[in-house]
Design a protein around this ligand. Structure first.
Ligand SMILES: Cc1ncc(COP(=O)(O)O)c(C=O)c1O
Length: 456
C-alpha cells in the first residue's frame, strides 16, 4: 500500500502557472471609476510584484533563492487517506496534498517567501501586513527573517485573543504583532470609535496595514497581502503543479478537487493547474468551500468592491459581502473575509468552479474524524474543506460510484486547540447570515460600476 507519494527535490516545479494567460478579468478601478495604472500601486507594492500582478505570461520562472527557501519543506507530500476512506465506508479514493509541513504550518509561506524575496530585491527594508488566523502573519514573519526584512503584522482582534501563541511565533521570527483595530492608524481609530468592543475583521486590518506602509516617510516600507491578488494566487500554484506530478507517479487522476476559501489562495494553488484542464474540456468538478457564516461566493453578489474597510484598495471585481461587513467570530479566522480573489470569482462566474458552503459544526466534525483516522490535526479553515470531502465521499457511497477526490490540506491546527476544546465540550454553535446582510451587500456593490459579464 503506497500511502505517501513523495516527489524528489529535483522534481520540484521551476515555474509558476499564471491563470491570467487563460482567463480575462475586469480591471481594478481607481476612485474615479477608471482602470488604475500599475504605477498607481507603486507606494503599496514593489514594481517587480506589480509587474507580476498584471502579467499574462502563462509560465513564470521561480527565482533560485525562492526555490532554496521553499525546499526547507517542499515538495510537500501527497497521500492517500485510506483510513479516512474506511471510516467513511466510501468507494471514493481520497488524496490529500499536505501543506501543514512548512515552518509556520500552512500554505501561506509559498507566497510569503516569494514576496519577501521580490521586496528585498527591490530594496525594501520593511513589510506590513494583516493576519486573520495568524497563519499569514507568521508566514510573513518567517519569510522576512529568511531575507533580513522587518515585519509588522496587524492581527484581527478576535484571533489575537483566541490564539496568543501565533503572536509568540511571529515574535520568535523577529516580527511585531499588534491587535487590530489599533490606535496606531486612522483606519483603526475610526473602527474603535464605531465599536470599542469590535472583534475586528480582515477588512479593517488590511486598511491598517496599507496605511502603515504608505505613511512611512522613509519610502522603504511596502505592504504585503497573503491572499486575493493575482500574484499571490500565482505563487500558490506550486501546490497543484506538484500534485499533478505526484498523481502521475500514483498512476491516477482526480475527478473532484476541493479546497477551503478565505481570500482564495490555497484553493487557487491546488485548483488553477486543473482549471486549465477543465477549460480545455476535461470533466472535473472543482469546489471552493466556504463557511456558512461568511458566504461570499455562495451568497455574496458579484460586483466591484473595495478589498478593505477604509476603502484604501482599488475596486476589485469579485464576489463580496460588502467591504464594511464584519463576519461572525467563527474559529476559522482565515475564512472571515468579505471578498474573494477576482480570479476565483471570475471562474465561479464562468461555472468552472462550483462553490459550496458548510456549517462550523460539520467542519469540526470532519476535522475530528480526520484527526482520529489519519492523525494530523487540521486547522479550522482546513476542516471546512474536509467537510465537503466527507459530503462527496458520502455521495459516492450512496451512488455506488468510484471517484478520485483531491483536497488541499491548507494547514495544521496545533495552535488552534482552543477551538477543538470548545467543539469537544459542545460550546460551538452554527452561525448563518440572514438575508438582510446580503441585501446590504447588494446595496454597497450597486454604488460602484457594474463589471462586464465575461463569458467564454
Ligand atoms: C490554514 C489556512 N487555510 C486557509 C486559509 C484561507 O486563506 P486562503 O483562502 O487565501 O487560502 C487561511 C488563512 O489564513 C489559513 O490560515
Amino acid at each position: 500500500m503506497r500511502k505517501n507519494i513523495i516527489l524528489k527535490h529535483e522534481d520540484m516545479p521551476r515555474q509558476w502557472y499564471n491563470i491570467l494567460a487563460d482567463i480575462r478579468l475586469n480591471p481594478p478601478l481607481g476612485p474615479d471609476g477608471q482602470p488604475i495604472s500599475p504605477e498607481a500601486l507603486a507606494p503599496v507594492f514593489p514594481m517587480n510584484l506589480i509587474e507580476q500582478e498584471v502579467s499574462t505570461e502563462r509560465w513564470i520562472d521561480i527565482p533560485e533563492p525562492v526555490l532554496e527557501v521553499l525546499s526547507i519543506w517542499r515538495p510537500s507530500p501527497l497521500f492517500r487517506a485510506y483510513n479516512f476512506e474506511k471510516a467513511l465506508k466510501t468507494p471514493a479514493k481520497i488524496y490529500i496534498k499536505y501543506e501543514g509541513c512548512s515552518p509556520p504550518g500552512s500554505h501561506k509561506p509559498n507566497t510569503a517567501v516569494a514576496q519577501a524575496y521580490y521586496n528585498k530585491a527591490f530594496g525594501i527594508k520593511k513589510l506590513t501586513t494583516e493576519t486573520g488566523a495568524g497563519q499569514w502573519g507568521s508566514a510573513l514573519s518567517f519569510a522576512c527573517s529568511q531575507f533580513g526584512l522587518e515585519c509588522k503584522v496587524f492581527m484581527v482582534r478576535v484571533s489575537f485573543d483566541q490564539k496568543p501563541y501565533r503572536k509568540a511565533m511571529m515574535e520568535t521570527w523577529g516580527g511585531e504583532c499588534i491587535a487590530s483595530p489599533s490606535n496606531l492608524t486612522q483606519a483603526g481609530r475610526v473602527a474603535l470609535e464605531a465599536d470599542p468592543d469590535t472583534p475586528g475583521s480582515l477588512g479593517i486590518a488590511i486598511s491598517e496595514a496599507v496605511e502603515a506602509a504608505v505613511s512611512d516617510s522613509t519610502g522603504q516600507t511596502r505592504y504585503s497581502l497573503g491572499s486575493v491578488l493575482n500574484h499571490v494566487m500565482l505563487h500558490q500554484t506550486i501546490i497543484g503543479l506538484e500534485a499533478k506530478k505526484q498523481f502521475e507517479i500514483a498512476g491516477d487522476s482526480p475527478d473532484v478537487i476541493i479546497g477551503c476559501v478565505g481570500g482564495g489562495s490555497n484553493f487557487a494553488g491546488i485548483a488553477f493547474p486543473y482549471a486549465l484542464d477543465k477549460i480545455n474540456g476535461k470533466n472535473i468538478a472543482i469546489y471552493p468551500v466556504e463557511p456558512k457564516a461568511c458566504p461570499s461566493l455562495t451568497r455574496g453578489p458579484f460586483g466591484y468592491d473595495h478589498g478593505d474597510t477604509a476603502k484604501y484598495t482599488p475596486l476589485l471585481a469579485m464576489h463580496s459581502l460588502g467591504h464594511n461587513f464584519i463576519p461572525p467570530a467563527i474559529h476559522a479566522g482565515g475564512l472571515r473575509y468579505h471578498g474573494m480573489a477576482p480570479t476565483v470569482s471570475q471562474l465561479v462566474e464562468e461555472e468552472i468552479f462550483t462553490p459550496v458552503a458548510v456549517s462550523q459544526i460539520d467542519a469540526y466534525k470532519a476535522g475530528l474524524l480526520w484527526a482520529r483516522s489519519e492523525g494530523h490535526i487540521p486547522a479550522p479553515e482546513t476542516c471546512n474543506a474536509l467537510a465537503h470531502v466527507v459530503a462527496e465521499a458520502e455521495k459516492a457511497r450512496e451512488e455506488g460510484k468510484e471517484k478520485t477526490i483531491l483536497a488541499n490540506f491548507s494547514g495544521h491546527g496545533l495552535l488552534d486547540l482552543s477551538a477543538y476544546e470548545k467543539y469537544l465540550s459542545g460550546q460551538l454553535s452554527d452561525l448563518e447570515l440572514d438575508e438582510s446582510q446580503i441585501e446590504k451587500a447588494k446595496k454597497i456593490l450597486d454604488q460602484h460600476p457594474a463589471p462586464e459579464r465575461i463569458r467564454r
